[in-house]
Design a protein around this ligand. Sequence first.
Ligand code: GLN
Length: 521
Amino acid sequence: MSGLGKGVTTSSIAKLLQLSDQKVSCIKIDPYLNYDAGTMNPVAHGEVFVTDDGGECDMDIGNYERFLNQDIPKSHNITTAQVYSSVINAERKGEYLGACVQIIPHITDEIKNRIRKIAKDEELDFLIVECGGTVGDIESLPFLEALRQMKVEEGPQGVIFVHVTLAPSLDVVGEQKTKPTQHSAQELRRIGIQPDFLAVRCSLPLQEKTKQKIAMFTNVTASDVLSCHDAKSIFEVPQMLYDQGIMDSIFTKFNKVGMLNASANWDKWNEISQKMVNHEDQKIKIAMVGKYVTLADSYVSVNHALKHAGAEIGKSVDIGLIDSESIEDYSILSNYDGILVPGGFGTRGSEGIINTANYARENNIPYLGICFGFQLAAIAFGRNVLKLEDSNSTEIKPDTQNPIVDLLPEQKDVSDMGGSLRLGANDVQIKDGTNAQKIYNSNVISKRHRHRYEINKQYIPEFEKNGLIFSANSDDGKRMEMLEIPSHKFYLGVQFHPEFNSRPGFPEKAFSAFIKATSEK
Ligand code: GLN
């Protein structure tokens, strides 16, 4: 079921293979009918993760990038819609030469082709395919069927299956229940897939007798029934699986016995994962103000990026999620060491963000505004410093007299909402002598974008006369990418999304600078 930890299990196994000097990558299959995650509500589905090549992907792609410290292209997030679109387009072109086009074999072939193409094009040693959904769901059936066929075609030493299941503890003595695992393994077998490993989610380590019992009823060797109990941090999961012998078993199953076994590069990873552990006595408090705060996963990459930056200076970051729609008393923000406004869309909650950006400026509280948080910081400055009271974004108020933020010119004729924002990595030019230049120690950086609106250049001279500098731009100065207020302790806005480039052990520089500023007295 969702939320069980399939993404972390996938990433952890991939990490162990990478630590064993194997060339590895991951794929996420989402069996829904959206073409990509771009049109989905982050409160229901979690963050939309943007890749370098402009994909609007499931947030698991972010997990893979963070664990592997490796960019993942958008082709690695396969959805039902993409598969069906290709098949239907090919049918319209007449490519099936009169055949009756069916789920089996045409849809299943398309799924297998996509998987094999990635493995081949990227010359991978191992490719891990994570299939979303629950075993038995109607919508994931064609994918499971394609995966079943792959094992037949590649042979038993070409494909192995890892099934992630749950062993809940219901009573006070904490007896671990095996029935959900037994039944889902049975359901999987009914589809024709016998798992090679079971990754069993549980709160406390799986007891030996529980492993034996699960093994007996699922046909999985007891040593391949893996305990995936709660960890202090998700980055400890690779070690947890390794300690249970998963690597020897994987290499045996793939007939690659004698393979170097995660030894060479293990220390560096453990050093990074140790740093990510909670520092109870060293906490930085960050207020995250936005409208998607009811689900912590809505801004998952921002949460991670803050933690990576904290770990760099031996501190933990406590994130207070504040709903920009209901905030009334802005003085609660003074209880925090820093204020962060992440990306967002639409009118709801925008006034709360504008006031938050203004409160941070007036009270000299470190502020980092990302995308919407950048745009609305400029609007706050327009209203309160430039005294342009009607300052707004045309996204929020189309008829505003002072459209400080306006639609990108190339968006004027766009009517489809899906996949049509300014997406993916673009170069950003940073001006000499700015704080931005100090932060990035460079004049050009490549950052990921996801927006439809931008700063209206007409207002720039007024801003700069009054102490707010646009310190970076892109496309030969066509659009503004960063703003800063040099007289402020730390006030930075970025049109791009720095959170997608942050990795454990390698925090993104804007986050590092922000977190450092929050701990300076
Ligand atoms: N809604 C804004 C825009 O479309 C900001 C987008 C974002 O924060 N990702 O430009």
